[in-house]
Design a binder for this molecule. Structure first.
Ligand SMILES: CC(C)(COP(=O)(O)OP(=O)(O)OC[C@H]1O[C@@H](n2cnc3c(N)ncnc32)[C@H](O)[C@@H]1OP(=O)(O)O)[C@@H](O)C(=O)NCCC(=O)NCCS
Length: 238
């Protein structure tokens, strides 16, 4: 079922920045990246030539800059030093399937899912720092809706929306504070996001590190299916 919509998932950063996230994009030629503070992800064509990589270097501010290529499979020219390589997978929500009922939140919680507003950013950043679900910056919340669960008023779990290639919304920043794990919070928040995303007529997808077996098991149990294995890579501009 590799229709046009699904092909957009092969370049989720570029497709988001040329589409629903165009208002958060910076471009030089064909190279594209997010505004500072929103995300570091950049994209070039899968068959980018040296000129396009030079456009990306210019876009990022010249030499010795971090080029966070996300899952882009293109290989940079000599001189672009690797900063990190991380094996992962892309998982998608199958077809028109609806999310299961998340059910009641347990007594430990404040009993409801809340939308996290810009004032929540300091506690969101603190939870991300403690749980390391993946990169998150002060303006990342502008990419979509972020939901949280509180215990005695303190944020203990969150999940939200990140990349938006046409037809899709990525679920991201899924995390629960260590002392609140195993209470179904992550499953509840992801199910709630799946319902919200599907109600807009688009489909959820997500990325997860291959070594994160607990998260992969959670996503599979909820109904996500692996579409493909990806390699996340970052470089330093020459
Ligand atoms: C993965 C994570 C979000 C799960 O949060 P949670 O609120 O504890 O998840 P839930 O309570 O909804 O549990 C879902 C299932 O996963 C299991 N589970 C949760 N965390 C687990 C862990 N660390 N190891 C093994 N199993 C785990 C639960 O037992 C539960 O299974 P069950 O329903 O069959 O009993 C949490 O461990 C976390 O924050 N990890 C660090 C950040 C991260 O890796 N995020 C994912 C990025 S893609």
């Amino acid at each position: 079922m590799e229709d046009r919509d699904v092909v957009a998932l092969d370049d989720p950063v570029g497709e988001s920045l040329r589409g629903p996230h165009a208002h958060l994009a910076r471009r030089v030629g064909r190279a594209v990246t997010y505004l500072p503070g929103v995300a570091t992800f950049s994209s070039v064509s899968a068959d980018a030539d040296a000129a396009e990589w030079a456009e990306l270097a210019q876009l990022l501010g010249g030499p010795d800059q971090f080029a966070d290529m996300f899952s882009c499979p293109a290989s940079p020219p000599p001189g672009w030093d690797p900063v990190f390589v991380l094996e992962g997978r892309q998982m998608i929500w199958p077809g028109a399937r609806r999310a299961g009922e998340p059910g009641e939140l347990g007594a430990e919680s404040d009993g409801k899912v809340v939308e996290l507003d810009p004032e929540s950013v300091p506690e969101v950043l603190a939870l991300v720092e403690r749980t390391q679900p993946g990169p998150f910056w002060p303006r990342t919340h502008e990419l979509g809706t972020y939901l949280g669960i509180r215990e005695n008023g303190a944020l203990v779990a969150m999940a939200g929306e990140r990349l938006k290639p046409p037809g899709w919304t990525e679920i991201s920043a899924v995390c629960t504070a260590p002392e609140a794990r195993g209470r179904g919070y992550a499953a509840h928040l992801v199910s709630e996001l799946v319902t919200r995303v599907m109600s807009r007529g688009v489909r959820p997808f997500l990325h997860v590190a291959e070594k994160n077996t607990a998260a992969i098991a959670l996503y599979e149990r909820l109904g996500f299916e692996t579409r493909k294995h990806v390699t996340f890579r970052g470089f330093r501009t020459p």
